[in-house]
Design a protein around this ligand. Structure first.
Ligand SMILES: Cc1ncc(COP(=O)(O)O)c(C=O)c1O
Length: 341
């Protein structure tokens, strides 16, 4: 029985071809920087993003934690979106691990207001903390997988630089942003001091993210990664999946975006369920539902083999990915029609 799993693009399982390159990977002890496959992945990532160096990390959350700890001292102010992953889903790590003061800006469809950021950037005085970091998220998950336009990234970067603050880009899904916008990952990375992207989401790997930045930043990042318990040994087995994904799984993200549009587009005229973003740019579809979203998700799972998660009382999220084909989209559309009558 087919199960259509829309809970996240993290649910993909490695394909046979990916498993084969993983099992054949040349490996060494990466804490000694001896793993040739990890080194190759880091070089490829640094080239892709136009940064001097890169570091393989266990997850996007770990990359964001490292970036905060390297760019900011305890007590510094870090500006981030009130709905960002770092703010909402990282178990309070800005406060606990990075020990920073967060100031959260509001964005419209995931796009921040540069004037607010400019107003909140300040140097250390007798009274105020230094603002050392601005974090952007592109694509923006909770805003519906929206793309922050390159022009806004540039504006935020230039604003931050005027006050000596760093910019970290949580580009967990920057390849989705790139495929949707036609801009290169490097163009987005040009307006950030550090960028992380996830291999374990739309790119279909079982594990891993890559954090990229200057050579000085990565030297410090490597120590923080070790401190967080993220020094891995024969990690080339995982890095091989990343290299495979960067070669084979990027351009196909356009299929995920096409399917997300199909899914949202099927409910434009339905009174009981409405897409929050009518024409999603990437691979996320959020629906507002008349029935409680938890109830809708339970019915979909129990009676229709369609899995998704509520994100608020009357909102649920469906994410397209490598393991969602056209048949799964049809399953989801007819199941939502049956449940949200
Ligand atoms: C925008 C964003 N950043 C970071 C992360 C964290 O990634 P991980 O699950 O690898 O820790 C996620 C995960 O969904 C995310 O959506």
């Amino acid at each position: 029985m087919k199960i259509a799993d829309f809970r996240s693009d993290t649910v993909t399982r490695p394909t046979q071809a990916m498993r084969e390159v993983m099992s054949a990977a040349d490996v060494g002890d990466d804490v000694y920087e001896d793993d040739p496959t990890v080194n190759e992945l880091q070089n490829v990532a640094a080239n892709l993003t136009g940064k001097e160096c890169a570091l393989f990390t266990a997850s996007g959350t770990m990359s964001n934690a490292i970036a905060m700890k390297v760019h900011a001292n305890p007590g510094d102010q870090v500006l981030m979106d009130e709905e960002s992953h770092s703010m909402v889903y990282e178990v309070g790590l800005p406060a606990t691990i990075a020990q920073v003061l967060t100031r959260q800006f509001h964005s419209v469809n995931g796009v921040p207001d540069t004037a607010t950021i400019a107003a909140w950037l300040h140097a250390e005085t007798l009274h105020t903390p230094r603002t050392s970091l601005v974090i952007l998220e592109n694509t923006h998950n909770r805003a519906g997988g929206t793309v922050i336009p390159l022009g806004v990234c540039k504006e935020v970067y230039e604003t931050a630089k005027m006050d000596g603050a760093a910019v970290h880009l949580d580009g967990a899904r920057i390849f989705n942003a790139s495929v949707a916008s036609g801009k290169t990952v490097r163009q987005y990375a040009d307006y950030a001091d550090s960028i992380t992207f996830c291999l374990s989401k739309g790119l279909g790997c079982p594990v891993g993210s890559v954090l990229c930045g200057s050579s000085g930043f990565i030297t410090r990042a490597r120590r923080v990664r070790k401190m967080l318990g993220g020094g891995m040994r024969q990690a080339g087995i995982l890095a091989a999946a990343g290299l495979y994904a960067l070669k084979n799984n990027v351009s196909r993200l356009a299929d995920d975006h096409r399917r997300a549009k199909l899914l949202a587009g099927a409910f434009l005229d339905t009174a009981t369920i409405k897409p929050v973003v009518v024409n999603p740019e990437t691979n996320m579809v959020y629906f507002n539902t008349n029935l409680p979203a938890q109830e809708v998700c339970s019915h979909l799972a129990e009676n229709h083999n369609v899995l998704c998660n509520p994100t608020a009382l009357h909102t649920l999220r469906m994410v397209t990915h490598l393991d969602i084909d056209d048949e799964a989209i049809e399953m989801a559309i007819s199941a939502l029609r049956a449940v949200c009558k």
